[in-house]
Design a binder for this molecule. Structure first.
Ligand code: AMP
Ligand code: ZN
Length: 115
């Protein structure tokens, strides 16, 4: 997708603070972090949202989770972290290229949603 900001990060056309990269995926630091550790894990393939993922994408989605978790721990989330995927309008997705947030740091996070 030529106008997708995360495709451009994946291709290196725009810079990001990358923590990991291989042929299938990139993990980079969120530009506007909500906690001391805030990583985004993306597939290099353009998948607009979690709702658009296909069976053939299952392997890379597993890699995103496993690699992102390893990096979150390496970055200091040794006592836990939160993993989040916003999907579509209701999920308040802002960037329409599938990404998994890994959020954490030394302190306990606030509740995920207000009851
Ligand atoms: P979401 O609401 O799940 O779509 O979140 C999109 C996330 O992408 C937000 O947390 C933004 O701060 C982050 N973001 C947007 N542009 C960039 C960028 N160029 N580099 C790093 N993170 C970005
Ligand atoms: Zn994209």
């Amino acid at each position: 997708m030529s106008d997708c900001i995360f495709c451009k990060i994946a291709s290196g056309d725009i810079p990001a603070k990358k923590a990991f990269e291989d042929d299938d995926m990139v993990v980079f630091h969120d530009i506007n972090p909500v906690a001391p550790v805030h990583l985004l894990a993306i597939p290099k393939k353009h998948i607009a949202s979690l709702a658009d993922a296909e069976p053939a994408d299952a392997l890379v989605m597993g890699k995103l989770l496993q690699t992102g978790a390893r990096l979150a721990v390496e970055q200091g989330c040794t006592d836990g972290f939160r993993t989040l995927i916003n999907t579509g309008r209701v999920g308040r997705q802002e960037v329409y290229h599938l990404h998994i947030h890994f959020v954490g740091g030394p302190d306990v996070l606030p509740p995920m949603l207000k009851r």
